[in-house]
Ligand binder design. Structure first.
Ligand code: ACO
Length: 398
């Protein structure tokens, strides 16, 4: 760049792209996304096929290793994850230190960051064996931390993992078990949760994944890098949107109020949460699958009355010029909150339910970055717009 500078004060050639609208920040073989045509593939496998035939743990293996496991590999992987679901007892005291009404996402963020203090060897990121162990630990312990945060909010004793259950069933057990008796998850609800986990597992260079890569490029341990991803996901324009969708639907209250609400959105009073996406300029393929999963869940739980409002919003928005012109379609968050609510999750837990499966995506992208010889520490430049060469003015002269 220096060679083509006109003079010393010239920046040289530099692209200014503050929200990375046109900047590829890395090369990646993890997830393929075509927003114009609504295509999403993990390691080349269409999301629709994975949601129909696979399980979250198998998808996590695929993301991390690049290939689907054979039966033996899946068995070994599942066993490894299962034997790491417990967390150190002191983590309980750590979570107990939060206020009773602390947001579970804040608790998850802090407790995942704190895991680095329990596994200090985790900073040896160049050692493949140590690195692999942290990947297993992160995927295994995330539901346990999430469930502890939930139980803390509820003022209920923490429930330890039940390693006889499958990954989503064990999570439901840690959340909802109320007696000494074994918790038996409803298979239809467990499958719906597994599908939601599959759909949320990765989404190429979104805000939180970019945060994991940027922070990870400093070669910090993976717990700290993933904590950065959780922090990014916490924001209402990213993972926090599903929580906002539910609050919005409750505020709208009745189907009849939808036209007035839409008019307010078009006047710029607020956004229609769960609509629009930086990359998808078409129906988000994940939203289609979730909409279908809603039917299976509501068969067990009874229909959520907010579904009627959501469907009316979608119907009106998809025919309205404002949304059509801007290519605003429902995204993954539009219907997921309705399922979470039907599963008796409080809204504060919605983004946590996103963070649990996204961990496998974050960590796969992190792994790819660590192995990438071209990757240096992420360090963007700026276009400086401030003053220069000023002389300090003593306080009594200002
Ligand atoms: N409701 C109303 N108008 C919208 C919406 C919306 N949800 N989203 C975008 N627009 C409008 C903007 O006002 C803007 O209009 P203008 O051209 O007249 O100014 C135009 O569409 C483009 O919007 P941008 O903000 O430039 O689009 P961007 O790509 O930066 O934003 C985002 C994407 C953040 C997802 C946005 O659509 C949004 O805020 N949606 C609501 C929040 C949400 O659902 N987030 C979840 C995203 S999915 C995920 O993170 C898992």
């Amino acid at each position: 760049l220096r060679d083509i500078k006109v003079n010393e004060s010239d920046f040289g050639v530099m692209s200014y792209d503050p929200a990375f609208m046109n900047t590829a920040s890395c090369r990646s073989a993890v997830t393929y996304l075509d927003g114009e045509n609504g295509v999403l593939e993990y390691r080349g496998y269409p999301i629709e096929q994975l949601a129909e035939h696979s399980t979250y743990l198998e998808v996590a293996y695929l993301l991390v290793h690049g290939e689907l496991p054979n039966a033996k590999q899946l068995d070994e992987w599942t066993n490894k994850i299962t034997t790491h679901t417990f967390v150190h007892e002191n983590v309980k005291s750590f979570i107990q230190g939060f206020r009773y009404d602390a947001h579970p996402m804040g608790m998850l963020l802090a407790s995942v960051g704190a895991l680095s203090t329990f596994y200090p060897d985790a900073n040896q990121i160049k050692d493949p064996e140590i690195r692999y162990l942290q990947i297993i630990r992160l995927i295994a312990k995330m539901p346990t931390l999430a469930a502890f945060a939930y139980r803390h909010n509820m003022g209920q004793p923490y429930v330890y993992p039940d390693n006889d259950l499958r990954y989503p069933g064990n999570f439901l057990s840690m959340l909802f078990k109320m007696s000494e008796l074994k918790y038996e998850p409803d298979p239809r609800l467990e499958r719906a949760l597994d599908i939601l986990f599959i759909l949320h597992a990765d989404h190429e260079q979104n805000c939180s994944t970019s945060a994991v890569r940027a922070v990870g490029s400093s070669q910090v341990d993976p717990y700290s890098a993933v904590a950065a991803g959780i922090a990014a996901l916490y924001g209402p324009l990213h993972g926090g949107a599903n929580e906002q969708v539910l609050r919005m639907l409750r505020r709208i209250e009745r189907k009849e109020n939808v036209p007035d609400f839409i008019a307010g959105v078009k006047e710029g009073k607020e956004r229609l949460m769960g609509f629009g996406h930086r990359v998808y300029k078409n129906y988000d393929p994940r939203a289609k699958i979730i909409k279908k999963a809603c039917d299976d869940v509501f068969e067990v739980t009874g229909v959520n009355p907010l579904l009627e409002i959501a469907m009316e919003l979608e119907k009106i928005a998809l025919e309205d010029e404002y949304f059509v012109k801007r290519k605003l379609y429902p995204n993954v968050d539009f219907y997921s909150g309705l399922i979470y609510e039907a599963l008796h999750m409080p809204v504060g837990m919605f983004t946590v339910l996103f963070a649990i499966p996204r961990t496998s995506g974050w960590i796969s992208q992190w792994l790819e970055m660590i192995d990438d010889k071209e990757q240096k520490i992420a360090r963007p430049r700026q276009i400086y717009t401030g003053e220069r060469n000023r002389d300090y003015i003593p306080l009594d002269k200002r």
